[in-house]
Design a protein around this ligand. Structure first.
Ligand SMILES: CC(C)(COP(=O)(O)OP(=O)(O)OC[C@H]1O[C@@H](n2cnc3c(N)ncnc32)[C@H](O)[C@@H]1OP(=O)(O)O)[C@@H](O)C(=O)NCCC(=O)NCCS
Length: 180
């Protein structure tokens, strides 16, 4: 039976679950970036969503706080989603969707959701919309355009102000990454 548990990054580490989550992400994505992502980008207050089948960890997603800014609007308090992963042997069984639905229901304190993916159709079914306008990072030196970036998606939340998917969208630059 499926259950979903929510942990902050600090709680995940304290419960001894962090390595199991990293192993799940590595199995799903075969991307070594997950070895350092968890310490580099997710502060102690980041929210992890863990889906279990009984005792088996099957899916994961994490929300950290960033700031996207659609052109003409203030910087929005942004629930940025990373490390969405389902065990390869358990994909296409609804775990990822259930994890993302629980996540979406738990970020009402944010003004918008954002993520970057190579698999936009999966998220589109869950209400996420692909950004169509120009994208850039914001840094102290000014905008850092990312014209080749694809797959940036946003999720409207109850407090999301009206915006135009064709306008420009920026996000603060992080160490060694902008969107992905
Ligand atoms: C992308 C990913 C997180 C999805 O997780 P998942 O657990 O397979 O997701 P779900 O099972 O909920 O949904 C996957 C598909 O199966 C379908 N599905 C959901 N429940 C189902 C069920 N019970 N039976 C059959 N299909 C089902 C969904 O409609 C969905 O279809 P879609 O891809 O056309 O949207 C997972 O495949 C993964 O970790 N992939 C590896 C990494 C990757 O590709 N990442 C891309 C995003 S960065």
């Amino acid at each position: 039976m499926m259950s979903i548990q929510v942990f902050t990054s600090a709680e995940l580490a304290a419960a001894g679950l962090r390595q199991a989550v990293i192993d799940l992400c590595l199995a799903a994505h075969e991307d070594n970036a997950f070895r350092y992502m968890f310490t580099k980008y997710f502060s102690s207050g980041a929210r992890h969503f863990l889906a279990y089948d009984g005792e088996t960890l099957v899916s994961h997603a994490v929300v950290s706080t960033r700031g996207v800014q659609p052109q003409g609007l203030p910087i929005l308090r942004t629930a940025f989603v990373d490390a969405v992963s389902t065990l390869p042997s358990r994909q296409n069984q609804g775990y990822g969707s259930a994890t993302m639905q629980r996540l979406a229901a738990t970020i009402g304190d944010y003004e918008i959701g954002c993520l970057q993916t190579d698999r936009t159709s999966f998220y589109a079914h869950l209400g996420w919309e692909e950004w169509r306008g120009p994208l850039a990072g914001r840094s102290d030196d000014g905008p850092n355009p990312t014209p080749d970036q694809r797959g940036v998606m946003v999720l409207r939340l109850p407090t999301t102000p009206p915006f135009d998917l064709d306008a420009a969208l920026t996000i603060e630059c992080q160490p060694e990454r902008i969107w992905e």
